[in-house]
Design a protein around this ligand. Sequence first.
Ligand SMILES: Cc1cc2nc3c(=O)[nH]c(=O)nc-3n(C[C@H](O)[C@H](O)[C@H](O)COP(=O)(O)OP(=O)(O)OC[C@H]3O[C@@H](n4cnc5c(N)ncnc54)[C@H](O)[C@@H]3O)c2cc1C
Length: 437
Amino acid sequence: MTPLHIAIVGAGPAGCYTADQLTRKLPDARIDIYDRLPTPYGLIRGGVAPDHQGTKAIVRQFERSFARGNVRFRGNVEVGRDVAYEDLKAAYHAVVIASGALEDRRLGIPGEDLAGVYGSGRFVGWYNGIPDCSGLAPRIDGPAAAIIGNGNVALDIARILGKTSAELAASDICAHAAAQLARAGLTDIYLIGRRGPCEAAFSAAELAELGRLEQVAPCVDAPLPAEPPADWDETRRKAALKNLEILRGFAATEWTDKPLRLHFLFHATPVAIAGEGTVAALRLVRSPLADGEEAEFTLPVNTVITAIGYRARPIPGVPFDTGRGIVKHEEGRVEPGVWTTGWCKRGPQGVIPANRSDALATADAIAANLAAAEQPAKPGGSAIDARLQDRGIEVVDFPGWQRIDTQEVAAGQGKPREKLVATAALLAAARQPETAR
Ligand SMILES: Cc1cc2nc3c(=O)[nH]c(=O)nc-3n(C[C@H](O)[C@H](O)[C@H](O)COP(=O)(O)OP(=O)(O)OC[C@H]3O[C@@H](n4cnc5c(N)ncnc54)[C@H](O)[C@@H]3O)c2cc1C
C-alpha cells in the first residue's frame, strides 16, 4: 500500500497534539512537522511564563511522539519562505496548518508606533528568547509602565516586571532579560481593562500570586462591585466571585515597604499614546463615570505594553480570513487535502489542553478523508528535503533539537536552562555540542 505522507506546519501544542493523534489513527503514516524556529513547542517555549515551569511539562508527551520513528521534526523551515505551501500540497497527502497566532493585535489609536510601545507577543518573546524578539531591549527603566489588557498574559507580564532577581532565579528567563529587569526602575505599573473586574479574564491562581510578590503592592483604588451580574451562568459567576474576593483582599491590605505599586484600573479605554518620539503618557477615557469623575484622564507612563490578543500571520497561498485574522476554513477544512487546527484556526483563545480536542477532531477528519478513497503515491518529505538542501536551508531535526536542549540545560547552572537566543547559536548547537557558544 502507498505510504501516507502528512505535513504539519507549526510545532506548537496544536501541531504536536495533531501528530500524536495521527500516529494513533494512522500508525503507518509518515508525519513531518515543520517549524520556522530551530526549536519545537511554539508558545510553550516562547509564550508560557518562564517562572511557570510546571506548565511546560507537557512537552514530555510530545517528545514521545517524536521518538516514534514515523514523526520527524523539521525545524528552521518557514513555510511560505523556505518552502512553498503549494510544494507541500504536491508532496503530501494531507497538510495541516497549525501556525498559531504570531502577530500582536493593534490598539488602533494615535501614538501606537512611538518608541516604548510593545505588543505582548514581542515583549514576552524578548524575555523568553524567541530569536526575532530577543534584541528588543525594551524601555523598562521607569518610573511607570502601562499594561493594556485584562487576561492572563497581562498578569504574566506584570508579574515578570514585578519579580526580584531572586524570585526569578529558578525560572528559565533569558539572561539578557533578567539583567535588564534587574536594572529596571519601575515604581508604578498600571494594569488597564476596558471593562470591569468581573469581566476580566484572569485566572484566580495567577491573580492571587501577585499578592505574594516581594516588592509588588497590588492596589485597587476604585470601589469593586458586590457581585457579578445575576444572569451569568454558574461557572462564570464563580470565577468572577473568586477574582472579586482576591481584588477585595488587595484593596483592604496596607502595603507598607513594597516599592512597586501595581494599579488595577478598570472601565478605562486608552484613546491615545502621547510623546515626542517616545512614550510620555497614555490618555484614557473612563466609562461609566462615578459622581464627580472626569471622563478623560492621563497617566504619565514611559512604557506601554499591549496584551489585547493576536492574529495569525498569513502564509502565502493559504486562504486567510483577514477580518478575523485566522486561516479561512470550514470546520477545520481549508481546501481539499488541507486542514487547520489550534490558534490559527480558532483565534488566540484557550490554554494548551484546549488544543488537544481540536487536534483530535482534525486527526479524525484527516483519517476519515484519507480512508474514503484510494490515495495516489506521493513523494512525501524526501521531495521537500531535496528542495531545502538545494536552497541551502539548514534543517534542524529532532536529534538536533535534543543537542540544543542538552546544551541549554547544561548552561542553566541552577536555572532549568539558559536558552540560546540567536538563530546562528541554535543552529551551531544543533550541529554539534562543541560549537554551541
Ligand atoms: C504569552 C502567553 C502565555 C501563555 N501561557 C499559557 C499558560 O501558562 N498555560 C496554558 O495552558 N496556555 C498558555 N498560553 C496559551 C497557549 O500557549 C496556546 O493555547 C497554544 O500555544 C496555542 O498553540 P498553537 O500550536 O496553535 O500555537 P503556537 O504555540 O504559537 O505554535 C505555532 C507554531 O507555528 C510555528 N509557525 C508559525 N508560522 C510558521 C510557518 N510559516 N512555517 C513554519 N512554522 C510556523 C511557530 O513558530 C510556532 O512554533 C499562553 C499564550 C501566550 C501568548
